[in-house]
Design a protein around this ligand. Structure first.
Ligand SMILES: Nc1ncnc2c1ncn2[C@@H]1O[C@H](COP(=O)(O)OP(=O)(O)OP(=O)(O)O)[C@@H](O)[C@H]1O
Length: 230
């Protein structure tokens, strides 16, 4: 579904990713892990076209993404939930979802119902300005917005970072349900226990290079903690 090959990327003269190759298979969840600053977010931003590549390629469903803008990648079927609160803070929860629906290629309102069904905690908050919601609810809204576009690949950058424990559970459940529905996902997650519960496949980065990759089963016997410890 998503194929990254021998990717080189960075910011100006500062190279961050060195020959990174990885895949997300149909209906599979691939988790990218690694210490702070190893290039996880940069990898996601390259897939979305936010950071340009200086070498290698990114292919989605057999189509090279080179030269496509982020919004064009969304239209092709890639949903992206970046780190932090990716919502329109002044708009209500429903307003956030409707704006996204209007910008989506399909304009099928049942996509809003489906997204809200996945996050029942948002139901009583539909009229509240997004910027006034607790952090975890904002994160759920950002995920709901990405889902309204009906992506075939969903990219999540640390969806549980800074989120209240009770809402972390809800987010984990939502990711499990999306996985059961067959949605392919690319996830950056720093909590190894959570990642091991959710992921089919792993990619571990260190200093911009892939140092381990494989299925969750293959990785269980390895000393993964060593690669993630600060
Ligand atoms: N916009 C930017 N301009 C210049 N350098 C950047 C920019 N964004 C990130 N970097 C640098 O690129 C490197 C990789 O950062 P990146 O955010 O991809 O790491 P990460 O693995 O996602 O870490 P974290 O979990 O801390 O976000 C770091 O050295 C960082 O300082």
């Amino acid at each position: 579904m998503l194929s990254v090959e021998v990717l080189e990327a960075g910011y100006g003269g500062a190279q961050v990713l060195f020959g990174v190759s990885m895949e997300v298979g149909d209906g599979r969840l691939t988790c990218v892990m690694g210490r702070d600053g190893v290039g996880k977010t940069t990898l996601l931003n390259v897939v979305m076209g936010v950071v340009p590549v200086s070498g290698g390629s990114v292919t989605f469903e057999g189509r090279p993404l080179t030269g496509l803008r982020p919004d064009q990648r969304v239209r092709l079927g890639i949903g992206y939930v970046p780190q932090g609160h990716d919502t329109f803070p002044q708009l209500s929860v429903m307003g956030n979802l409707m704006v996204t629906l209007e910008a989506s290629p399909h304009k099928d309102a049942t996509a809003v119902d489906d997204a809200l069904e996945l996050f029942p905690g948002l139901g009583p908050l539909l009229k509240r300005p997004a910027g006034n919601l607790p952090g975890g609810r904002q994160r759920q809204l950002a995920m709901a917005r990405a889902l309204v576009t009906r992506p075939r690949l969903l990219i999540l950058d640390e969806p549980t970072e800074g989120v209240e424990p009770s809402i972390i559970l809800e987010i984990e459940e939502a990711i499990e349900r999306l996985r059961a529905s067959g949605l392919a996902m690319l996830l950056v997650e720093r909590h190894l226990d959570l990642a091991l519960r959710l992921a089919d496949d792993f990619v571990i980065l260190d200093a911009g290079r892939v140092v381990r990759s494989g299925t969750a089963e293959e990785l269980k016997g390895e000393d993964v903690h060593r690669l993630l410890a600060v």
